[in-house]
Design a protein around this ligand. Structure first.
Ligand SMILES: Nc1nc2c(ncn2[C@@H]2O[C@H](COP(=O)(O)OP(=O)(O)OP(=O)(O)O)[C@@H](O)[C@H]2O)c(=O)[nH]1
Ligand SMILES: [Zn+2]
Length: 216
């Protein structure tokens, strides 16, 4: 099977970023598996031993899953779930699990996103906020870009009064290798509109993401 690994783009995506627009060459799954086999040999392994026989196939499948966001688009995931509403108070979806992969080492980045916006005539289906996070997380990323892509997607889709995104994450490339700092985690934020202009609105958001829910 020949895979096109060029990202699926739509108008909303184009508003969001030009970072993923480059055309990629087409590569077959067989070629991808062969590359994994070469890696195994380079690591001193025997790719033909029983335990590793199907590993190239599994690795390719796993990497395709971890980067499936390249083949998704905002239009598809939204499924029309943007509604006209007069609500104009902050909407916050907290503690959205993030499983991404760092683009430098292709190692896991694990954390949580908190996403808020203040509507301006339109609201979005709540699950779609998590789906937007998921689409951008399932790509090779740096945490800063992931954070701003989520913010800019919401800003572009809803034209709200403001958007705030905070991501807290730990990078396995800093935990399992390299500098080896298991307790470290990184916080990134992207503030748009009133969240960037008004310290009180930003403060309210920061307080809400610190507060512990009663049902936990
Ligand atoms: N800003 C940013 N840096 C990241 C992210 N993920 C990984 N990195 C960093 O990317 C950098 C790559 O640095 P290099 O010196 O080229 O690579 P390296 O030799 O593997 O670096 P070390 O991790 O320090 O061993 C490292 O400092 C990583 O910590 C991210 O999401 N955001
Ligand atoms: Zn890394």
């Amino acid at each position: 099977m020949t895979l096109s690994i060029s990202p699926v783009l739509n108008s909303a995506d184009q508003v969001v970023s030009s970072l993923s627009t480059q055309q990629q060459p087409k590569v077959t799954e067989a070629e991808m598996m062969q590359a994994v086999r070469t890696l195994l040999i380079g690591l001193g392994e025997n790719p033909d031993r029983e335990g590793l026989k199907d590993t190239p196939k599994r690795v390719v499948k796993a990497l395709q899953f971890l980067t499936k966001g390249y083949h998704e688009s905002l239009d598809e995931l939204l499924n029309g779930a943007v509604f006209t509403e007069s609500a104009d108070e902050m909407v916050l979806v907290r503690d959205i699990d993030i499983f991404s992969s760092c683009e430098h080492h292709i190692l896991p980045v694990i954390g949580r996103a908190h996403v808020a916006y203040i509507p301006n005539g339109k609201v979005i289906g709540l699950s779609k906020i998590a789906r937007i996070c998921e689409m951008y997380a399932r790509r090779l990323q740096v945490q800063e870009r992931l954070t701003l892509q989520i913010a800019d997607a919401l800003q572009g889709l809803l034209k709200p009064k403001g958007v705030a995104v905070v991501i807290e994450a730990t990078h396995m490339c800093m935990v399992m290798r390299g500098v080896q700092k298991p307790g470290s985690w990184t916080v990134t934020s992207a503030m748009r509109g009133v969240f960037s202009e008004d310290a009180r609105t930003r403060e309210e958001f920061m307080n809400l993401i610190r507060h512990n829910a009663n049902f936990h």
